[in-house]
Ligand binder design. Structure first.
Ligand code: GLN
Length: 446
């Protein structure tokens, strides 16, 4: 009732939830109460969780905040969501996001932007913007988002909460609407690192429905949150010195570095020579994968169908032109271009090679150091409508796409605020499958 009440009071302004499952949540809460009384409750008993509108939950609308999936209801429940239910979480509603998770401000949503609760003239970040605001404004205890190039970490930073992108393949993608399949990961957005650890523990692990999921054993992350006394930590000097970085974020980071040194950790500047190649590589590969993944939305099988089609080809054209928003169309076109026969080697193949270089260098650094720290974002939350030019929006992903290109885990934790009171996030990356260390270290920071 507490969360339902907070939604009721704030959602009109913040637009974080597209749909609230009040009656179902109440029924789940009663069932969990009974289990608690009987001593049979699961590890998430009583945890009220919201779901980004990209996660399949049987019988519930699933739209990726797009007109293209108008009226579509999922026929099945995805693995991560099923595991939440099995652990007795209470699912409270479906959350706003950028259309098909393409964006960094929640402004590409067909349902209009979500707004930052700290300052509603500003964006909450994206694409999991509604999910981050919902936690920021106490409309649920935790949210489940998805992160392809920063969509859990960046909105978490803008909203002053914790966002974790696990190692690629740590959580099954079965039941996650595909954007760029070699990047997509489900991840929790929470108020505390403990809650992120608990949710990861419940959602992670082998699954017969996703052939790419890792078979690595899942540690009891929530029991392993004591940080070690001495870590080796690297920071990417070029990132912290980069011209576009807001000085208050630089200061917050330098403050953290001093603090960590004072605690006895080794903190050293490291060289990462590929910073300039990160955004182009990410946007070539993800648009290529998106153009292929979104081919399934043709007006025939799912959701929206143009009413005025005259033959099959016009059905495809009209449904896709009317169903997809401008940003999604831009990415489908760009992706189709880089995959086209005459440009494939110049763009797609080359970007794959650069991805390999970025991954190898990142992995090497993460063997030399336990963690790499860097800003989550170059600025704090910007104003709605401020970034009209798509390229300026893409460039804001500069610090989050490295972990996505390399497939390694990364977390954003709040480490203060700027003069206007807007939250600042610190990002920490660790080697693949080192979430236990990453979470313990992050826990020590908060
Ligand atoms: N902002 C990035 C993009 O638009 C990240 C999106 C995401 O992680 N889903 O591609």
């Amino acid at each position: 009732e507490y969360y339902l009440d907070n939604i009721e009071r704030q959602n009109g302004q913040l637009n974080a939830f597209l749909e609230v499952w009040a009656d179902e949540a109440r029924a789940q809460a009663e069932a969990v109460d009974a289990k608690l009384a009987a001593g049979t409750a699961g590890p998430l008993a009583g945890m009220v969780v919201g779901l980004k509108d990209v996660l399949a939950y049987a019988g519930h609308a699933l739209q990726s905040s797009s007109r293209m999936l108008d009226g579509f209801k999922s026929l099945f429940t995805g693995t991560a969501v099923q595991r939440l239910l099995d652990a007795d979480a209470i699912l409270i509603g479906r959350q706003n996001c950028d259309e098909f998770a393409m964006g960094g401000s929640n402004e590409t949503s067909f349902f209009g932007p979500a707004r930052n609760a700290q300052d509603p003239t500003r964006v909450p970040g994206g694409s999991s913007g509604g999910s981050a605001v919902a936690v920021q404004a106490d409309m649920c205890l935790a949210s489940i988002g998805s992160d392809t190039g920063g969509s859990v970490r960046q909105p978490a930073a803008f909203c002053g909460v914790v966002g974790l992108k696990p190692t690629y393949s740590r959580i099954s993608r079965y039941g996650l609407v595909a954007f760029a399949s070699s990047f997509d990961q489900i991840g929790p957005i929470t108020r505390s690192v403990e809650d992120a650890a608990l949710l990861l523990e419940v959602m992670a692990g082998p699954d017969a429905m996703d052939s790419t999921v890792s078979q690595h054993e899942v540690p009891a992350y929530s029991q392993l949150l004591t940080p070690a006394p001495h870590y080796r930590i690297g920071y990417i000097a070029d990132a912290i010195n980069s011209e576009g970085l807001n000085p208050e974020i630089r200061q917050a980071l330098e403050g953290q570095i001093e603090l960590l040194r004072g605690q006895g950790h080794v903190v050293k500047a490291v060289d990462f020579p590929y910073l300039d190649f990160m955004i182009p590589t990410y946007y070539i590969l993800t648009t290529a994968e998106a153009s292929s993944n979104l081919g399934r939305f043709d007006g025939v099988k799912y959701g929206y169908r143009a009413p005025d089609a005259t033959d099959l080809e016009s059905l495809y054209k009209k449904s896709r032109s009317q169903g997809f928003g401008a940003e999604v169309q831009r990415r489908i076109l760009l992706g189709t271009f880089v995959l086209s026969a005459s440009y494939y080697d110049a763009y797609y193949t080359k970007a794959q090679r650069v991805r390999r270089l970025i991954k190898e260098k990142t992995d090497e650094l993460l063997r030399q150091y336990d963690f790499l720290i860097l800003p989550t974002t170059p600025t704090t939350a910007f104003k709605l409508g401020e970034k009209q030019d798509p390229v300026s929006m893409y460039l804001a992903d500069i610090f989050t796409v490295q972990a996505s290109l390399a497939g390694v885990p990364a977390i954003s934790v709040p480490v203060g605020e700027d003069a206007a009171g807007l939250p600042i996030g610190l990002q920490v990356m660790a080697g693949a499958f080192r979430e236990a260390d990453l979470l313990a270290f992050a826990h020590g920071l908060t």
